[in-house]
Write a protein that binds this ligand. Structure first.
Ligand code: GDG
Length: 475
């Protein structure tokens, strides 16, 4: 572990405060990023995390500086950013999630290019940068996370040219011709190229980024035989590019899954749903996650393989997100309709092909579902990585994974039965193949997946990123 002062900047905060029975309680926030980086922050001598306050009681507990020590007095400083409704709409729901999110996931026609949203996005990025700048005393390393904050590195670099700044981009980077549809593409690139290092989950995403920079006038160089994909040179500043897939706390999850409580809950689930084989799917509500196509694949499976009637049940969990965007609301209705239609055609007195849970729960509550399921169905149309695929493997020994070839995690989880999620027939056959294979084959698939998810876990990711970043300054 590298002991340095670090300023982390992310959109989501690791801890939020809310009211419960007239008291204020602190709640650890779900999500792979905050879960993975929190231990690192706790381990450092002096570290600060700057993030948007979304808890209803967040400012009830902070000091004059909008800061609080988390998880307790001995922890690190969490500095909270306050956004008003206009900022929330323009920055978060607007430019982040209706421009950058669809563009980076190749959905050009879903993108909205609103100059007003762009203006607010810029102002809010400046706000994050200002909050971080106020904390810089000397040699701090600044680590920016994700697409909501693409301009922050430049706003910091402009004020403090010698600062060490790196970024991790958690969603895909699209081909240049798609990214170039954004009217403000050059400013976004300029923002990102103020970093010393940028990480992506996969080589393909990293190369797309390099090529986008090249097509917009930067000099690029690929490096073979090194940890880096290469570097980009812009105005005499070099930005190194690395492909490093995020890992999970494999050992921690694996241990939790062996607790009596989780085992008991998994047993209850199996008893409750009378099918002999359970499949699980866990997604945020999003058009990138391929939920409708997955439901159609279950329909097709039952049509083509009637032997699975009353034999399998898919438990689909969905965590609503970005509900103020009409597209997300419409999707929710379409999912309701599709599930109703499929269940209506196949269900019997005591069996349903699809069971649907709506609502976000803390990660621990997902574990019994993983443990009860013989296979997980993770079929996004496109996904930066997909953490749930790795979490399922950590929890369910010999669990089978039906995985989209377009999820970043497919590069690592070669033991998964891969499918093209747009090909409903192929996904139906992939499900049949995954659950009907001989035990020996299933074990071999699982061994490959668990070995890599365990070796390339969150500690591996974090330490490797920090080492590559640190090495830049040693040369
Ligand atoms: C983005 C990229 C990339 C906890 N409760 C629920 C829930 N969680 C946890 C899961 C998992 C995380 O949230 C979801 O992570 P994913 O990777 O599956 O997906 P995104 O939210 O789209 O994350 C993605 C990730 O950033 C990290 O870089 O892998 O490609 O899109 O840790 O345990 N998840 C859900 N419902 C809950 O109730 N769906």
């Amino acid at each position: 572990m590298i002991k340095k002062s670090l300023i982390m900047i992310s959109n989501a905060e690791p801890y939020a405060h809310k009211y419960e029975n007239n008291k204020i309680i602190q709640e650890k926030q779900p999500g792979g990023l905050t879960t993975g980086l929190d231990p690192l922050m706790q381990d450092l001598d002096k570290s600060i995390w700057v993030a948007w306050a979304r808890g209803e009681a967040d400012f009830e507990v902070t000091d004059n500086d909008n800061s609080i020590k988390v998880p307790d007095e001995n922890g690190y400083k969490l500095k909270r950013i306050n956004l008003d409704k206009t900022e929330e709409n323009g920055f978060y729901y607007g430019f982040s999630n209706q421009t950058l999110w669809p563009i980076c996931h190749n959905f050009i026609t879903k993108a909205n290019f609103s100059p007003m949203n762009w203006k607010i996005y810029k102002e809010v990025n400046k706000k994050y940068a200002r909050a971080a700048l106020a904390e810089i005393n000397g040699n701090e390393m600044i680590w920016v996370q994700d697409y909501q904050l693409s301009l922050v590195p430049k706003f910091i670099r402009d004020e403090r040219p010698d600062t060490k700044i790196a970024h991790f981009w958690h969603i895909p980077w699209p081909p240049a011709e798609i990214f170039n549809t954004i009217p403000w593409r050059r400013e976004i690139l300029e923002g990102l190229l103020s970093n010393d290092l940028i990480g992506f989950h996969t080589e393909e995403q990293a190369i797309n980024f390099m090529e986008t920079a090249r097509k917009n006038g930067s000099e690029i160089k690929y490096e073979e035989g090194s940890d880096l994909i290469g570097f980009i040179k812009q105005d005499n500043h070099k930005t190194r590019i690395v492909a490093l897939p995020l890992g999970i706390d494999f050992t921690g999850l694996n241990k939790k899954a062996q607790s009596k409580e989780i085992i008991g809950k998994a047993r209850d689930l199996k008893k409750y749903y009378s099918a002999s084989r359970l499949l699980v799917a866990v997604d945020r509500l999003d058009y990138t996650k391929g939920i409708i196509q997955r439901l159609q694949a279950i329909d097709r499976l039952l049509e083509k393989h009637p032997e699975y009637k009353e034999e399998i049940t898919l438990i689909q969990r969905i965590a609503p997100s970005r509900v103020h965007i009409s597209e997300y609301e419409e999707m929710e209705n379409e999912i309701d309709r599709t599930i109703g239609d499929i269940n209506g055609r196949y269900q019997t007195a005591d069996w349903q092909p699809i069971v649907y849970y709506k609502g976000a729960v803390p990660q621990d509550e997902l574990l019994p579902y993983f443990l009860a399921a013989d296979a997980a169905l993770i079929t996004p149309l496109i996904d930066g990585l997909n953490l749930v695929s790795k979490e399922y493997i950590a929890v369910k020994e010999n669990g089978q994974l039906i995985l989209s070839e377009f999820a970043g995690a497919a590069n690592q989880l070669e033991g998964a039965v891969l499918t093209n999620p747009y090909d409903v027939d192929a996904t139906a056959e992939a499900i049949a193949k995954a659950i009907s294979s001989k035990e020996k084959v299933k074990e071999a698939r699982y061994q490959q997946m668990s070995k890599i998810a365990k070796n390339q876990d969150i500690n591996w990711w974090r330490d490797k990123f920090l080492k590559i970043w640190n090495d830049i300054y040693e040369k």
